[in-house]
Design a protein around this ligand. Structure first.
Ligand SMILES: *Cc1c(COP(=O)(O)O)cnc(C)c1O
Length: 493
């Protein structure tokens, strides 16, 4: 299996080179050049998370070789998670939560960003490179810290994270600005996540930036990097296998996954799992007030020209879901020209309409629902009241989507992806369950611990006392100039 761009579908690269590049130079995203890497999930029953990860990564990245994949997997998943299972399941009335927040920064991004630095440095060794890889990352809150934590002091790399100044939670901001490491920078942007993401994408193809780079290669830790997506395929397999092992389903039964969705990375990984032979039922897209994807699935028109809402699930406050481009590419029958034309329309007019044939294929696999802020709060409240389970607002958006999906009469087993620890959004979770929350996020963490008895993740518990290292703020319009200056600083002979 090799990777080519959604906008050319030519000249495939081995996986490790696509990992180094991040975004294709033509502006497209790398996708597998064939989807038929059938992974025999039934042979994974009884295997550990790490063994399942190796099977999946070997299938998608054959160029690395089994031994290198083994080393990357052990480095990522043996010690940095607070549970041996890595991704445990928690049963509730109606299905299971897939708990993706047991890593170092308490959000699902850790599953990919603990391994991406190892995949990248291994790729580097394979090609005997001597340049510096400059990782540019836009974040809606969680990717930033997970990337900073994963790349801190990794040789030959430098990482800069751009976050929307007023668009992340207090805890998310504190996590980022207290990051350790000599090769890390954190920049607040006067704008929203889409502005940050556009800056990073533009930097990848900007001549000004290119001219500033000598022996510096720009890459990305966003889910536009295929090295982020493939590790996310793993937990769909591990979850399915655990459900078989515990007798919750019979081998071969379809399982529906409900995914709180922003940039369409997490749920697209589920679609890749389905293409690789996993018995995935439906993939249910869950959105907050920024319901651009729900409208797209219903109408076939993607329109980012709409009000942007800041919500209590900020990691999903996104109007341009980058990874949808990958789905469009496959839904068009790998028509790179058509994909490029839709993306150009989105860029220039703010909207596009996919044709009926494409939408029919997409609707075969996907459903979509959204909920507003009060529905989200009610989900958190009711689940805690009824089953003493505490969930974060992103997970609550997905739970609401599951309830709406079930109202349509579907009865197959369902898994809700639980993407962040409730402590990461402690103030909003506390007030949703009826506690009193003032302005101090750490007081809210302590109060939540008291009423729930759930242990506070180490990374969040120590946060309050860490010194803040970064206070740079830039307007979005100065992004390219700022990046060019930074690249000049990293350049060397
Ligand atoms: C990033 C994130 C999401 C959205 O995931 P995408 O891959 O961008 O769709 C959902 N929940 C949380 C907590 C996140 O950090």
């Amino acid at each position: 299996m090799e990777y080519y761009s959604t906008r050319s579908a030519r000249n495939p690269l081995p996986g490790h080179q696509a990992v180094i590049r991040g975004l294709s130079p033509d502006g497209g995203l790398y996708v597998p050049d064939n989807l038929n890497c059938s992974i025999p999930w039934n042979t994974l029953v009884g295997k550990s998370y790490q063994e399942i990860a190796e099977a999946v990564l070997n299938a998608f990245f054959p160029d690395y070789g089994n031994e290198t994949i083994h080393q990357c997997v052990s480095a990522a998943y043996d010690h940095s998670f607070d549970t041996q299972e890595v991704v445990p399941l928690k049963e509730f009335r109606g299905g299971s939560f897939m708990e993706l927040w047991h890593g170092p920064t308490s959000a699902f991004k850790d599953l990919a960003l603990t391994i991406l630095p190892h995949l990248l440095t291994a790729a580097y060794r394979m090609d005997s490179r001597s340049d510096t890889v400059a990782i540019l990352t836009a974040t809606s809150g969680d990717t930033g810290k997970a990337a900073l934590s994963g790349f801190a002091d990794v040789p030959h790399t430098d990482i800069t994270v751009f976050y929307p100044r007023d668009g992340v939670s207090a805890v998310q901001k504190k996590q980022m600005v207290t990051s350790r490491g000599e090769n890390v920078s954190v920049v607040a942007v006067e704008g929203n996540f889409d502005d940050c993401q556009r800056m990073v994408k533009e930097a990848c193809s900007s001549d000004t930036v290119k001219q500033a780079c000598h022996n510096v290669t720009i890459s990305s830790a966003n889910s536009i990097n295929i090295g982020r997506l493939v590790p996310q395929v793993v937990y769909y397999f591990s979850t399915y296998v655990r459900l078989v092992e515990t007798g919750k389903i019979q081998s071969g039964d379809p399982v529906t996954f409900v995914v709180p969705t922003g940039n369409f990375g997490d749920i697209f990984a589920g679609w890749l799992a389905k293409q690789a032979g996993l018995p995935v039922g439906r993939l249910v897209i869950a959105s907050n007030d920024n319901n651009v994807l729900t409208d797209f699935i219903r109408t076939g028109t993607y329109n980012r020209e709409r009000p942007f809402h800041e919500t209590i699930s900020p990691s999903m406050d996104i109007l341009v879901s980058s990874n949808l481009e990958r789905l469009l590419f496959f839904a068009s029958g790998c028509d790179a020209e058509k994909t490029a034309s839709l993306m150009n329309q989105l860029n220039s007019t703010g909207h596009y309409t996919a044709d009926e044939a494409m939408m029919e294929l997409i609707r075969r696999d996907f459903d979509a629902f959204w909920c507003d802020e009060s529905m989200c709060r009610n989900e958190i409240h009711d689940l805690f009241e009824d089953e003493s389970i505490l969930i974060d607002p992103h997970t609550a958006v997905a739970l609401s989507a599951l309830h709406q999906y079930r109202a349509g009469g579907h009865r197959e087993y369902a898994v809700v992806l639980s993407t962040a620890s409730p402590y990461k959004f402690a103030q909003d979770v506390l007030s949703a369950v009826g506690g009193h929350s003032d302005d101090d996020p750490f007081a809210a963490i302590r109060a939540l611990a008291e009423i729930s008895g759930m242990p506070v993740p180490t990374g969040l518990a120590e946060l309050e006392s860490l010194p803040e290292r970064f206070d740079t703020v830039i307007p979005a319009s100065e992004g390219i100039a700022w990046i060019a200056a930074k690249m000049e600083g990293l350049s060397h002979d």
